[in-house]
Design a protein around this ligand. Structure first.
Ligand code: ZN
Length: 457
């Protein structure tokens, strides 16, 4: 309640009874002027500030204009003229809730009010992120961060994916998004190096949204890029620590952040030179995006990953409709196998689910493994280690509907990438999600909204 108080407070107003309980200058009681003391051109003297509303009413039940003329500006005096004075009969002043039409407080209306504030705040953050000029992949990371969609250890523990919620870097505090990206002692060390030794106090005192907006709108263009790249690199290094037990020390991280900033700067300069020479699409065919399947079809997107010392493989697939809507998704543990086998396993599992669920639409399979697609379209040598798997897929694919397999660039396959990473976290070998997960919602939105990505970013 204390945390939400700043959102609640402006929606509470006093309604006049006898005016004795309401502080004329400090309480909110006059519509449109929440605190009259802030409208006084000079400081209020002596005990004036503690006077009640009833103290400014004459014996004739009118406002004490002689007194008020000396204290209030003309516009508020005008407003006060249309306001009734407190009533003589003993009737208590009461509080009203501005959000509801009848002034009565309800939990439902409070949620609406909080939500509204949250949306306004989010809009400012998201429009700042949207305007920031930089790689879409980093933008996406910002969206997830701002939306509290990062799969931190707090979120993992809540879902039963981790035994504890502590930060994997310092093991001292629960890992929130802000802790992972700013407040952890190890991370502060990185920021301190990047800020040449000193982090300004306002850097660590703000909430997540304000922190993102204030840094992405700094005048220093270089800092805006450093800030964005650092967020991305910190999260990647944190994932490498959890999933690959790969530890990157702060100095190493600073070096890779600076190197990546240089690369991005160089790429953008080359891109602007290129676009100034060639009219039309400045990025040519290098812009890549996911495209929904045609009406009457569904699309299976597949991906795989191999992590860790034991080279354990995992895969993931997502099936979407012609509007880009999520139908079903699955992460799956595969144990040890080659990347090509992992990719083919994903396609196998995806087709099996489609068959089990009885979908009748035509099927488009997209994978970023050109070899897997080549094998499926052209068959492979019977002696190849993947031949049995290819045969199983072909057998599964012998369904009534059309099946089309095509290659997709990794940049347009991000939502499946997120699903695949889940395969390292799930308890069982295989899991099917029939509702999309919070953790992949933004990747899914980028597909539906046809967000384009630069090739190789
Ligand atoms: Zn920490």
């Amino acid at each position: 309640m204390c945390k939400a108080w700043p959102d609640f407070f402006p929606n509470i107003i006093w309604r006049l009874g006898d005016g004795t309980s309401i502080r004329f200058w400090e309480d909110s009681w006059l519509d449109g002027f929440p605190q009259l003391s802030t409208h006084v051109p000079h400081n209020l003297l002596g005990n004036e500030i503690s006077k009640s509303v009833a103290d400014y009413v004459t014996k004739e039940d009118t406002w004490n204009w002689d007194n008020l003329h000396n204290l209030l500006p003309a516009n508020i005096l005008d407003h006060l003229r249309s306001h009734v004075t407190p009533i003589r009969d003993p009737k208590k002043d009461s509080l009203a809730w501005l959000v509801s039409a009848n002034g009565e407080f309800s939990v439902k209306s409070a949620y609406v009010c909080l939500d509204h504030n949250q949306i306004e705040c989010n809009q400012a953050v998201f429009s700042t992120i949207w305007r920031w000029k930089g790689p879409e992949r980093i933008k996406l990371r910002f969206w997830k961060t701002a939306h509290n969609s990062l799969l931190t250890n707090i979120a993992r523990e809540r879902r039963g994916l981790a035994l504890e919620n502590l930060c994997p870097r310092c093991h001292q505090e629960p890992e929130t998004g802000l802790h992972a990206l700013r407040d952890c002692v190890v991370v502060k060390n990185v920021w301190s190096h990047l800020a040449n030794g000193g982090i300004p106090p306002n850097f660590i005192n703000s909430n997540l949204g304000t922190w993102i907006v204030s840094n992405l709108t700094r005048r220093n263009e270089n800092w805006r890029l450093i800030f964005a790249v650092t967020i991305d690199e910190l999260w990647k290094a944190r994932n490498a620590l959890i999933f690959d037990q790969h530890h990157v020390n702060p100095c190493g991280l600073v070096v890779s952040i600076k190197r990546r900033c240089l690369e991005i700067n160089r790429a953008y300069k080359e891109c602007s030179t290129f676009s100034s020479k060639i009219l039309g699409d400045p990025y040519g065919s290098s812009l890549i995006r996911w495209q929904p399947p045609p009406l009457g079809s569904i699309k299976l997107n597949c991906d795989r990953a191999v992590h860790g010392v034991g080279r354990k493989a995992g895969c993931g697939g997502i099936i979407k409709d012609y509007l880009g809507g999520f139908i079903t998704g699955f992460p799956c543990k595969l144990g040890q196998c080659s990347i090509l086998q992992a990719e083919l396993w994903t396609i196998f599992h995806g087709l099996r689910i489609i068959k089990d669920k009885g979908f009748k639409e035509d099927i488009i399979v997209e994978s970023d493994s050109s070899l897997a697609i080549k094998f499926l379209n052209e068959d492979c040598n019977a002696s190849h280690s993947c031949a049995p798997l290819i045969n199983s897929i072909v057998e599964l694919a012998d369904m009534e509907q059309d099946l089309n397999c095509s290659h997709i660039y990794q940049e347009a396959n991000q939502v499946v990438d997120a699903m695949t990473n889940l395969s390292f976290d799930i308890q069982d070998k295989f899991q099917i999600f029939n509702n999309f997960l919070h953790g992949i919602v933004f990747s899914l939105l980028t597909d539906t909204a046809a967000v384009s990505f630069y090739r190789n970013f």
